[in-house]
Design a protein around this ligand. Structure first.
Ligand SMILES: Cc1ncc(COP(=O)(O)O)c(C=O)c1O
Length: 364
C-alpha cells in the first residue's frame, strides 16, 4: 500500500506490560528520555511496494544487520512532540506540523515520505494504548519520538531501498521543576551547525551528532547550551543546539533569525511569531549579528532573549559567554515579554486558554 491510502495497524498488545505499581513508581520522577512505555509503532517500507506491515506492538529491541545502511551513511530522521492530559481529554500540539516537517526532512535525506494521516494516526494509536503512561502532573507530558531509518542491508552509497518507521513514547517530568530559570549560552568560536545547501533545516540525527562537540565545549565553559553562528560569515546568529532563538527590544519589537535552510523550522517558533504579533509586538524574521547582540545588550536596547522548542517551550537566556568575555541580558533575570509569551503558549497547549488557530488536536 502506498500514496495516501491509510494503513491499518495490526495491534499486538504487550503480553507482559509493566505493572501498575511499577509504572506509578516510574512516573513519580520520570526525568527525560529514560523511561519508556509498553508499546511502539513500526511500519516498513520497500521500494516498489510502499509502506506495509504497520504494527502497534510491544516495545522491544529492533534486530539489525551490521550492514544496515543507517549504521554507515546515517540516513535517519526524527520528530519530537508531546501528548498532554487536558482534563478528560488527551491532546497534542500541531501534530500535522510535525508530520509535514518529517516529510520535508525525508525529502532532504532522500527517504520516502509517510502520508501525514498515517503519521498522525501512528501517534494517536500509541498514545491510546499507552495512555496510562501520561503523567498526571500538570506540567508533565508524554514525549513522542517518531523516527525513520534506512534498514536495507547494503553498503553502497545511494538512497536505501528499505526503511523502518517507528514511534516510541517516553513520559517526561516538568522541564523546570523549581520554576523557570534563565540559561547561559556559549557562542562557539570553532564549530558551526549547518551550511547553506546542507541539512540544517532537516531534523536528521547527523545534525545532532555534529553538534555534540560544540555542546560539550559549552558545558566545559559552564554554559547550558551552545549558540551557533552562520557557517559562511561567522557573524549571524542561527540557533541553539536544540532550540530557536528570539530577541526582544526596548521598543517592544521582536526579531528571530530567518528560515534560510540552515536552521530548523521550529513549530514553537512558528507559534510564537503568531502569538507575539497578536499581543501587539512588531515581529520580524531577520538577521541578528553577534556584534549587534553584544552592543545592544550593552546599550540596554536589547531587553530580553529567549530560546524556544518543544522540550522547554520558552527558556529565558540570561547570560552569554564566548572566548573573549561574557555579558548578561536583562540582569540575568527572566524578562516580562518572555514570560508573558510563555504563559500564553502554555495556556493554549494545556487547554487553559482559547485556541483560535486550531493548534490543539484532541486525540483521545
Ligand atoms: C535544532 C533545533 N532547533 C529548534 C528546535 C525547536 O523545534 P520545535 O519548536 O518544533 O520543537 C529543535 C527541536 O526541538 C531543534 O532540535
Amino acid at each position: 500500500m502506498s500514496g495516501g491510502d491509510m494503513l491499518d495497524f495490526e495491534i499486538r498488545p504487550n503480553p507482559a506490560p509493566v505493572s501498575a505499581a511499577d509504572r506509578a513508581a516510574l512516573l513519580a520522577n520520570p526525568g527525560f528520555g529514560r523511561v519508556f512505555t509498553d508499546h511502539m509503532v513500526t511500519i516498513r517500507y520497500a521500494e516498489g511496494k510502499g509502506w506495509y506491515d504497520a504494527r502497534l506492538e510491544a516495545r522491544a529491541p529492533i534486530p539489525m544487520d551490521p550492514a544496515a545502511a543507517v549504521l554507515h551513511y546515517a540516513q535517519e530522521i526524527f520528530e519530537g512532540l508531546k501528548a498532554y492530559r487536558t482534563g478528560d481529554a488527551v491532546t497534542m500540539f500541531r501534530p500535522e506540523a510535525n508530520a509535514a516537517r518529517f516529510n520535508a526532512s525525508a525529502r532532504r535525506l532522500a527517504m520516502p515520505e509517510l502520508p501525514e494521516q498515517t503519521f498522525v494516526e501512528s501517534l494517536r494509536s500509541l498514545v491510546e494504548i499507552d495512555q496510562a503512561w501520561i503523567p498526571e502532573h500538570e506540567d508533565a507530558s508524554l514525549y513522542l519520538r517518531p523516527f525513520m531509518f534506512a534498514s536495507e542491508v547494503f553498503l553502497g552509497v545511494r538512497p536505501a531501498n528499505e526503511y523502518l518507521y517507528c514511534v516510541i513514547a517516553s513520559p517526561a517530568g516538568a522541564y523546570f521543576a523549581g520554576g523557570v530559570k534563565p540559561v547561559t549560552v556559549w557562542v562557539s568560536p570553532d564549530y558551526t551547525r549547518a551550511a547553506p545547501g546542507g541539512t540544517g533545516a532537516a531534523k536528521c540525527g547527523g545534525n545532532y551528532a555534529a553538534s555534540l562537540a560544540a555542546q560539550a565545549e559549552a558545558i566545559e565553559a559552564g554554559c547550558d547550551q551552545v549558540v551557533f553562528l552562520d557557517a559562511v560569515q561567522r557573524r549571524y546568529v542561527d540557533e541553539l543546539g536544540g532550540m530557536n532563538v528570539f530577541f526582544v527590544y526596548d521598543d517592544g519589537s521582536i526579531v528571530t533569525p530567518p528560515l534560510g535552510g540552515t536552521i530548523l523550522p521550529g513549530i514553537t517558533r512558528d507559534a510564537i511569531l503568531a502569538l507575539a504579533a497578536e499581543a501587539g509586538h512588531e515581529v520580524r524574521e531577520g538577521p541578528v549579528s553577534f556584534a549587534d547582540w553584544q552592543a545592544d545588550a550593552a546599550s540596554g536596547r536589547l531587553r530580553e532573549v529567549f530560546a524556544c522548542g518543544t522540550a522547554a517551550v520558552i527558556t529565558p537566556i540570561g547570560g552569554v559567554r564566548f572566548p573573549d568575555g561574557e555579558f548578561l541580558i536583562g540582569g540575568g533575570e527572566p524578562g516580562r515579554t518572555t514570560m508573558a509569551l510563555r504563559q500564553t503558549l502554555v495556556d493554549i497547549q494545556r487547554g487553559r486558554a482559547a485556541d483560535p488557530h486550531g493548534w490543539v488536536t484532541r486525540v483521545l
